[in-house]
Design a binder for this molecule. Structure first.
Ligand code: GLC
Length: 545
């Protein structure tokens, strides 16, 4: 599998994020598992146009965990949690994926372990424990109190006092998720060995959880206040996270991880990172490209935080996001896009203030798959799943709901059919299902369904070299439409056009062409003369002559 730089498999792949608890239950406990995923692989890619056709899956954490944060609190990095199966089930899944040409990414959580991890148990045992320095311990300030002003991403101080040893430990998330001390070379070496263990088992790569927080300011200096914060906002925003996120030393840890991946052929990593386009560019390793292969651009998701819960969906915003990414990345680096994930409301729900979220989601599919870069599809987006907000208090699961964000609504089980168990499980599911009318069964034979749109677009993308590897040129469109052209030498160019408004609009074509896919079938014949007519909220791909 020797790969030439610029032609690695991940450059053209469509990725699919799977929340293992919610994909398919195989043992009747109401929670999804690895054998369940293996059973459903034909849906993801059976080699024909009748399947979704994705190239790689990313599994949210599958490691042994007390599940305080549903697997993002790892107590053994090299095992499999019994709720998901065992190592044999993992090996079956990897082999079955590879048989179909599907690559497998696991979720590497380097910033913190579970407080039940043996390393932390040892570390907290005494101030002189051999692994004391594997975590971040500090004395109370003179006069008492937490060592600095850092807050947890889930709210409240990022420090918890340990009575037994009289010191505070740092946790950027829950108190059950103590932060590892990556300044200790033993920690870094141990985490590199974790990577090797999985790479030896044939894993193709990793999604890396909160990569940007692994190394903090060496003196743990206070964060500066956020001038834009006011009472009423969550305390998460009270400070700028300059000393504990994207702190420059973190890029050294990134390069270390890259060196481990480079010991193997054809592996990759994608970082969960937050920041400006320039900060994101740094995760690729700058001009040298010796950092992560990909780093997520979450701009499309995070716009939602700015607009009172609903995302912006207007041409200028979309153009600005694309332009900033194109300008910000070093040569040879390719953007990585997600329109949804397990931490945010689902796309339709984020864009549904006027009940037109469905239509915007169809256009979003053609943008996501038409952009330059690596698209990540969050499970269920391809059938238009929506947030399930109607979850009784006693069935709510997400620990973050007490502090900052409530993520259960976007984590409900995959809806395979309309039956009471939705084809997911015969038991009560760990979270309630969404509306029964949204399912794979209802859509798979309907050529106008969201699922058909995704399948067709993913299939077409594979045929159009301009979409797989072409450059991206934004056209100077207006406030109503976004248009860009993808061009690769020797391939026909493809124009991606989107109408972000509720009215019909037209777009002048720079050259003659033919609509090859559109959110509405009536659009197929709509290329009258040199004008492309775009109905409300529609999008199209046009192959140019
Ligand atoms: C990441 C994960 C999120 C988790 C957090 C702590 O942001 O995506 O689900 O809660 O890290 O690990």
């Amino acid at each position: 599998m020797h790969e030439h730089p610029g032609h690695e498999w991940w450059r053209t792949a469509v990725f699919y994020q799977l929340y293992p608890r919610s994909f398919q239950d195989s043992n009747g406990d109401g929670v999804g598992d690895l054998d369940g995923i293996t059973r459903r692989l034909d849906y993801l890619n059976d080699g024909t146009r009748a399947s979704l056709g994705i190239d790689a899956i990313w599994l949210s954490p599958t490691f042994p965990s007390p599940m305080k944060d549903f697997g993002y609190d790892v107590s053994d990095y090299t095992g499999v949690d019994p709720v998901f199966g065992d190592m044999a089930a993992m090996e079956r899944l990897i082999a079955a994926c590879h048989d179909r040409g599907i690559r497998v990414l696991l979720d590497f959580v380097p910033n913190h372990t579970s407080d039940q991890h043996p390393w932390f148990q040892e570390s907290r045992a005494s101030r002189t424990a051999a692994r004391r320095d594997w975590y971040v311990w500090r004395d109370p300030l003179p006069g008492g109190g937490v060592p600095n002003n850092w807050v947890s991403a889930f709210g409240g101080p990022a420090w918890t006092f340990d009575e037994a040893t009289g010191q505070y430990y740092l946790h950027s998330f829950l108190k059950e998720q103590p932060d590892l001390n990556w300044r200790n070379p033993e920690v870094e070496a141990a985490m590199h060995d974790v990577l090797r263990t999985w790479l030896d088992r044939g894993i193709d790569g990793f999604r890396i959880d909160v990569m940007g927080m692994v190394l903090k300011h060496p003196d743990l200096a206070d964060n500066p206040p956020n001038p834009e914060w006011s009472d009423g906002h969550s305390d998460y925003r009270q400070f700028l996270w300059t000393n504990n996120r994207n702190y420059p030393d973190v890029y050294g840890a990134v390069r270390g991880i890259r060196r481990v991946l480079d010991e193997y052929e054809g592996r990759m990593a994608v970082g969960e990172v937050f920041g400006t386009p320039a900060e994101i560019a740094n995760y690729y390793g700058g001009e040298a490209l010796d950092g992560l292969h990909l780093a997520f651009n979450f701009q499309f998701i995070h716009e939602s935080d700015l607009r009172g819960g609903f995302s912006a969906w207007d041409a200028p915003t979309i153009r600005r996001i694309i332009a900033a990414s194109e300008e910000g990345l070093p040569a040879g680096a390719q953007p990585c896009w997600a329109f949804g994930n397990h931490d945010r409301p689902r796309f339709i729900s984020r864009h549904n203030s006027d009940g037109r979220g469905d239509e915007r989601a169809r256009a979003a599919a053609l943008i996501l798959l038409g952009l330059r870069g690596s698209p990540f599809v969050y499970y269920g987006e391809e059938i238009g799943m929506v947030d399930q907000l109607d979850i009784p208090e006693e069935r709510r699961q997400d620990p973050a709901r007490h502090h900052s964000i409530w993520r259960d609504p976007a984590r409900t089980p995959m809806q395979w059919d309309a039956s009471p168990g939705r084809g997911f499980s015969r038991a009560t599911p760990w979270l309630p299902f969404g509306p029964a009318d949204i399912s794979v069964a209802a859509q798979e034979h309907d050529p106008d369904s969201m699922l058909s749109l995704y399948r067709d677009a993913i299939w077409l993308r594979r045929q159009e070299r301009a979409l797989l590897e072409g450059s991206l040129e934004l056209l100077p469109a207006n406030d109503l439409t976004v248009a860009f052209i993808r061009r690769a030498p020797g391939a026909r160019p493809v124009l991606v056009a989107v109408n972000t408004t509720g009215g019909t609009t037209t777009l002048p074509m720079p050259q003659p062409g033919r609509v090859i896919i559109a959110t509405e079938r009536t659009l197929d014949s709509s290329l009258a003369g040199s004008l492309l007519r775009l109905p409300p909220f529609s999008a199209a791909w046009v192959a140019l002559e």
